[in-house]
Design a protein around this ligand. Structure first.
Ligand code: ZN
Length: 161
């Protein structure tokens, strides 16, 4: 049976460096050698689990299970249609007007699936056929672009960034 407490044995990620320094400045016979540090780092890397857990996986869902298209923020129907001047989207059910419903869709895509998206993937997910229009949406909703022309991919801007 171990006499140490959980707090002594389990360190939060942000406390590892200070704990390591603390151990090194303890008694000289308790110091960790460079070789041991590398071994410890290797073990930590092997057992590391990313903090991000897929919300879809945790509910037993896949990307294909998601409803595609943009929903109305007022009635939650997938009934938004672009008005003729392309400034607003209008809900055919409740008449709600929205300027950027595609941002919600792209944020959902980034949070639930992956943060890098192509024009083709965005058109399929948002259910918007016009690739030139989707290109404009992606330019406004991304933090940077990867690749050129037909192979361009967009790194989506997330709500907190
Ligand atoms: Zn609506």
């Amino acid at each position: 049976m171990c006499k140490t407490t959980i707090r002594e044995r389990v360190w939060r990620g942000d406390a590892v460096v200070s704990k390591m320094k603390e151990l090194n400045f303890h008694d000289s016979h308790d110091q960790i050698s460079v070789k041991e540090m590398y071994r410890l780092a290797h073990v930590m890397m092997q057992h590391h689990t990313p903090a991000w857990l897929s919300p879809l996986k945790s509910f037993g869902l896949t990307f294909e299970d998601l409803q595609k298209g943009m929903y109305c923020l007022h009635c939650f129907g997938y009934t938004l249609q672009k008005e003729k001047w392309h400034t607003y989207w209008i809900c055919s059910e409740c008449g709600n007007l929205e300027r950027e419903p595609y941002l919600r869709g792209l944020h959902d895509y980034g949070m639930l699936h992956k943060r890098i998206i192509t024009n083709h993937e965005a058109r399929e997910f948002l259910e918007v056929a016009d690739r030139f229009y989707v290109r404009e949406l992606l330019l406004s909703a991304s933090v940077n672009r990867i690749g050129k022309s037909k192979h361009m991919r967009y790194k989506l801007r997330m709500p907190q960034t």
